[in-house]
Design a protein around this ligand. Structure first.
Ligand code: CMP
Length: 215
């Protein structure tokens, strides 16, 4: 069996299966909060199907999205490692099935298979890079610039030279990712659409031509 869980790269299938034998599985409906920022916990989650969003709550129902995790990715490693409360909240954005590993089992495997620690460090470095980018975008770009960055980072190029953001995002979803109000995002997207830069198709955004770095 090949699970393609990058955390376990370098382990034989047998070793990987041995570790997963200690895991319990759980299914969540779309929109379920798996845990909240500040919760105590000793579990690591590996996504077998579905998708989750990592976010922080603000005042008046505001939120900022820090990350999105999909199949074979994991979350919950931070509180597992430092035993502090959860650094952020996690909600399912699709029906999601996870494998849950307890700290004790995970730690004993870390000692036995240093490969897992190396894989873990790589993912943490990657998350740090993403966070650096988010911080830079929030501090250095205006809302238009942040929207452009997020659209480009999520878009796939098509044969005709246009690009498509396949994930169906509401204006509120985009607002939560760029740290702006929904109203402002709607206004900017409308301007971009009227300028012939983007088009909406079945709640997907098509990027029709190069987006200027400033509006
Ligand atoms: P933990 O702090 O246990 O709970 C929230 C989880 O979200 C965290 O572990 C990580 O697994 C995951 N996460 C992914 N990206 C981030 C991020 N940028 N900041 C905080 N948590 C993140």
């Amino acid at each position: 069996m090949n699970n393609n869980i990058s955390l376990f790269d370098g382990l034989t299938e047998e070793e990987e299966q041995q570790l997963l034998n200690h895991a319990t599985s759980h299914e969540y409906k779309k929109g379920t909060i798996i845990f909240n920022e500040g919760d105590d916990s000793d579990s690591l989650y590996i996504i077998k199907s579905g998708r989750v969003k990592v976010f922080l709550h603000g005042e008046n129902g505001k939120e900022i999205v820090l990350n999105v995790h999909g199949v074979n990715e994991f979350f919950g490693e931070m509180a597992l490692i430092d035993e502090d409360p959860r650094s952020a909240s996690v909600v399912t954005t699709e029906p999601t099935k996870v494998l849950i590993l307890k700290r004790h089992d995970f730690e004993s495997y870390l000692e036995k298979y240093p490969h897992i620690a190396i894989n873990l460090i790589k993912v943490l470095v990657n998350r740090m890079r993403l966070l650096t980018m988010i911080t830079g975008n929030l501090a250095l770009l205006d809302v238009y610039g942040r929207i452009v960055r997020i659209l480009i980072s999520m878009a796939k190029t098509r044969i005709d030279g246009t690009s498509i953001v396949t994930e169906r995002l509401t204006h509120q979803d985009i607002a939560n990712r760029v740290g702006a109000s929904r109203e402002m995002v709607s206004r900017i997207l409308k301007d971009m659409s009227m300028g012939g830069y983007i088009r909406f198709d079945n709640r997907q955004i098509i990027i029709l031509k190069h987006l200027p770095s400033a509006w």
